[in-house]
Design a protein around this ligand. Structure first.
Ligand code: UDP
Length: 210
């Protein structure tokens, strides 16, 4: 994880997570365009998640699709509780996540990278947001599925948390799990998030000391 990698963004980061390679950048807080979207009680977040055509094995058609729009939306929802949006009414914070190489788990890598970029942009936060997925592959509950495990996998449960309070800000589930397996997957994913949190703090210390 590296913080402050793009000169012209207000905040940025680069995260390599297994074979995932992700850039995140933050612009703002700035004027809301179009103006009618502005809220007088808080800043709005606009989060774009994009996968480059060469990031996956079968070339991905450029531009937004249903999946990327959904991931942008859930990423926004995962980050907002951690940001003091109420301090910036009538403004907007733009977050751009670029997946340069994908190997499953990119939404978690994106949320993790975007958090670092927000801090780098000087946006006041209640806590960092750390994300990680657990899932089921070969009848076993495992942490952080890779592409092969995900393709043949039986379930994928990405989560994001604010580690100081353990508040969950993202919880999705793909596939089928029993109640006990859900419990086990959540516990495992939570432990993954804690590890990611430590790595985020370390990356921020490298840039900002302390
Ligand atoms: N993927 C792909 N082509 C696409 C979308 C996804 O090859 O158009 C791959 C990519 O490696 C991605 C993985 O499928 O990381 C799993 O995608 P999913 O929608 O589960 O999201 P993620 O696990 O990346 O958050």
């Amino acid at each position: 994880m590296e913080v402050g990698v793009l000169k012209r963004a207000d905040g940025s980061s680069y995260v390599e997570w297994g074979n995932n390679k992700v850039f995140a950048s933050v612009y703002g807080p700035k004027e809301v365009i179009p103006r009618f979207l502005a809220r007088n009680d808080k800043a709005i977040l606009r989060c774009k998640y994009n996968m480059t055509p060469f990031s996956v094995e079968d070339r991905k058609r450029p531009g937004p699709d249903r999946r990327s729009i959904e991931i942008g939306k859930v990423t926004s929802g995962a980050l907002e509780p951690a940001i003091l949006v109420e301090d910036y009414p009538n403004s907007m914070i733009e977050i751009a996540i670029e997946i340069m190489q994908a190997d499953a788990g990119t939404r978690c890598a994106g949320i993790t990278a975007a958090t670092l970029a927000l801090v780098d942009a000087g946006i006041p936060m209640r806590d960092l947001v750390a994300a990680c997925a657990a899932g089921k592959s070969n009848d076993e509950i495992v942490l952080d599925l890779c592409k092969e495990e995900d393709n043949s996998g039986q379930a994928d449960v990405p989560i994001a948390i604010m580690p100081r309070s353990d508040d969950v800000t993202l919880l999705q589930m793909d596939g089928i799990l029993t109640e006990d397996e859900v419990e086990e997957a959540l516990k495992l994913a939570m432990s993954g998030c804690k590890k990611i949190y430590e790595m985020q703090k370390k990356a921020l210390k490298v840039k900002y000391g302390g």
